[in-house]
Write a protein that binds this ligand. Structure first.
Ligand code: UFG
Length: 342
């Protein structure tokens, strides 16, 4: 039987590269498209090394319809996973037009190309950011979305709406939006992982760089939240578990198991962890010290969020499986690999 072929846009990025690996492991053919504006070719090489498969790579900007058409003509895709997007919350406040242009144009161009080439399944990278600070926790899929607090967050909300409306207008079209909580960790091989450019915005890369001596001290943004230890609470999901959620989402659409042709799911662990708890867990698991100090709250941060993952468990048969210890060990192994630390 001919294998199903999946186009992974943004497949040289952090979550995209891990997803490409899990797709190949699950028996899919994979083609990676990335413009390398915020990713390195080494991630594609990592995917090839881990899987032993010479996964095709095309350097294409998803806003470029002609280039995308050539890719669609060269391969016969059954499904698309669309990761390609800018993702820095703070930068989006400074450069809103770049974010709206890139994140929405690329999505619409991909959707138009799909319709033109008869490709009917898409998984979209959405975010728990659509919930803002929920009134009740954990956040379920029926927790109302709240007005976005950054252009980045707004692009995720608008993108979900564009996909929903496209699915409604085209009955044979299937779409699943996965609302990620906080992805962390790296592949157990330490051959792929997160590659932040410059000073990391996200917590775990800042922790690993501090432990490696690249940064002097981690600022814990706020210890006066209404949480058990005063620091903010998030749901940290292992990137390999997250990658596997994409595989089951694609399979669900290929097998036409969806209850509607547009669906969305929370992808988290179901457990909240504070910044200070995470720092202590990292130190304990890896036997390293992470210098840290309490700093003022970061503008735009919410106090606490974690996921209700029962819908994904019930409908997708997906659940996070890697332990926090394994995940934090993989994050440190990746940082050591990058820095050449033994
Ligand atoms: N934090 C620190 N110090 C740091 C970095 C982060 O204390 O140096 C804290 C933050 O204040 C927050 C927690 O660690 O309480 C997690 O912060 P991240 O930046 O890692 O993640 P966020 O929850 O802010 O953002 C993540 C994604 C965004 C997405 C957002 C909401 O990175 O893309 O969730 O879904 F928009």
């Amino acid at each position: 039987m001919k294998k199903e072929c999946v186009l992974v846009t943004g497949g040289a990025g952090y979550i995209g590269s891990h997803t490409a690996v899990e797709l190949v492991n699950a028996g899919f053919d994979v083609v990676i498209v990335d413009d390398l504006s915020n990713a390195e070719l080494s991630a594609v090489e990592g995917v090839r090394k881990i899987t032993g498969v010479d996964v095709p790579f095309e350097q294409v900007d998803c806003c470029d319809r002609a280039a995308l058409d050539r890719v669609f003509a060269r391969y016969k895709f059954n499904s698309i996973i669309h990761f390609a997007a800018f993702k820095a919350v703070g930068e989006s406040v400074v450069k809103p037009l770049a974010y709206y242009r890139n994140n929405l144009d690329s999505l619409m161009t991909v959707l138009e190309a799909m319709l033109a080439h008869g490709v009917s399944n898409i998984v979209f990278s959405s975010s728990a950011t659509v919930y803002g600070q929920p009134e009740a926790l954990p956040a379920t899929e029926s927790t109302p979305r709240q007005p976005a607090t950054s252009p980045y967050g707004n692009t995720k909300q608008i993108a979900e709406d564009i996909i929903r409306d496209t699915a409604h207008a085209h009955p044979g079209f299937n779409a699943i939006a996965l609302r990620y909580f906080n992805p962390i960790g790296a592949h157990p091989s330490a051959l792929i992982g997160e590659l932040p450019k410059g000073v990391p915005n996200n917590l775990v890369p800042f922790i690993t760089q501090t432990a490696a001596g690249v940064r002097e001290c981690l600022s814990v943004f706020g210890d006066d939240y209404n949480t058990p230890d005063g620091s903010a609470v998030r749901d940290y999901i292992d990137v390999v578990d997250l990658a596997k959620a994409h595989v089951v989402a694609v399979s669900r659409m290929v097998e036409r198991k969806g209850k509607a042709n547009y669906e969305f799911f929370n992808i988290g662990t179901g457990h909240g962890l504070s910044v200070l708890e995470l720092v202590r867990a990292f130190e304990k698991v890896n036997g390293v010290k992470v210098n840290h100090r309490i700093a003022p709250r970061r503008t735009g941060d919410i106090e606490a969020i974690w996921a209700d993952t029962s819908l994904a468990e019930r409908e997708l048969g997906w659940k996070a499986t890697r332990s926090l210890e394994e995940t934090l060990a993989s994050a440190w192994a990746w940082e050591k690999h990058l820095r050449g630390i033994r």
